[in-house]
Write a protein that binds this ligand. Structure first.
Ligand code: FES
Ligand code: ZN
Length: 314
């Protein structure tokens, strides 16, 4: 079958949400165009801005790196990989592959352990938690510590934006979860024009937020990425809200391809005026211990609270 877009080359991909068969080149161009469109639509990144790319080494972050190198000047990009410090999870072969990719693209690449960046690895946190006989999901520390580390490096590097590799599937899940929880504060933060609550936070953007995960898998594969994602040993098999929402949305997408895209587009549109209400909120207060921003109702930030609870700071 010939490609539905160029009509010349053989189609190798069936794009479910448009019912089109595409050749490799048209598939890649389509992704690049859609990312550029999203960036332009919400003015996510200006052409002169310096951007830190948070790349874990998975297919989504590989795609982010490759796409950004094609649509933004490489000299204005810096890559950051954080090593969580989870025995058996952080793979040296994936890191080497990402390092050779950034070298090939001429992008500076910072590799840091979570311990170097914020003081404690995930394993260290868990070990102390077990000693104190308390239960906190390791993901809670992992997520908060990673966000803190990324923001810290972004500030040190003086970049204008931080780009993460969240894809459409993540955005749809996060939107739905926040609706189900009735959490409007978090809901507006999913929106590309969500409020900026502290000058100490470097603005985050998600260039791949309209690209399906199945598309990043193909994009990465077409560019030589060949790794199987390894499961984190701390992953919980108790169905979390995200896991349940993910399953439900996937079934919906299977029955009606394009559902996730329509859901995110509709919510973006519907919330575009609503998010502005949050622009008037005051700047977030600062944590009494570390000086970083904390929630309105907290004196000590969640990160310091977590470290204190396991005895890693006093
Ligand atoms: Fe949560 Fe690894 S720490 S999945
Ligand atoms: Zn703090």
């Amino acid at each position: 079958m010939k490609c539905h877009l160029c009509g010349v080359k053989e189609a190798v991909v069936y794009q479910l949400h448009t019912s089109k068969a595409l050749c490799r080149d048209c598939f890649i161009n389509d992704i690049l165009k859609r990312v550029e469109l999203e960036i332009k639509k919400y003015n996510l990144i200006k052409s002169n801005e310096r951007v830190l790319l948070a790349i874990s080494g998975g297919k989504d972050s590989f795609t982010l790196l490759d796409v950004m190198s094609k649509i933004h000047s490489s000299s204005k990009l810096i890559a950051l990989t954080l090593i969580e410090g989870i025995e058996g999870y952080n793979r040296a072969d994936v890191l080497d592959f990402m390092k050779s990719k950034t070298r090939e693209l001429g992008i500076d690449h910072i590799v840091l352990t979570l311990k170097e960046a914020v003081g404690a690895s995930v394993d260290e946190f868990v070990k102390n938690m077990v000693l104190k006989n308390i239960k906190i999901p390791p993901c809670t520390y992992c997520g908060i510590a990673r966000r803190r580390a990324i923001n810290k490096v972004a500030r040190e590097q003086g970049v204008d934006k931080v780009a993460t590799a969240h894809v459409l599937d993540d955005e749809a899940q996060t939107y739905v979860m926040n609706i189900l929880r009735g959490d409007t504060m978090r809901l507006v933060q999913v929106h590309p024009k969500g409020p900026w609550l502290s000058k100490l936070f470097i603005r985050k953007v998600k260039p791949l937020r309209k690209i399906y995960e199945r598309e990043t898998a193909l994009y990465a594969y077409f560019h030589g990425y060949k790794f199987q994602e390894r499961e984190c040993p701390y992953i919980t098999h108790i169905p979390t809200l995200r896991a349940r929402v993910r399953d439900y949305l996937y079934r919906l997408e299977l029955e009606k391809p394009g559902s996730l895209l329509r859901l995110v587009e509709l919510l973006d549109e519907a919330l575009s005026d609503y998010v502005k209400k949050y622009y008037e909120l005051p700047e977030l207060p600062h944590c009494k211990m570390c000086g970083e921003p904390t929630s309105y109702n907290r004196e000590i930030c969640k990160f310091c609270e977590l470290l204190m609870s396991v005895g890693l700071i006093k």
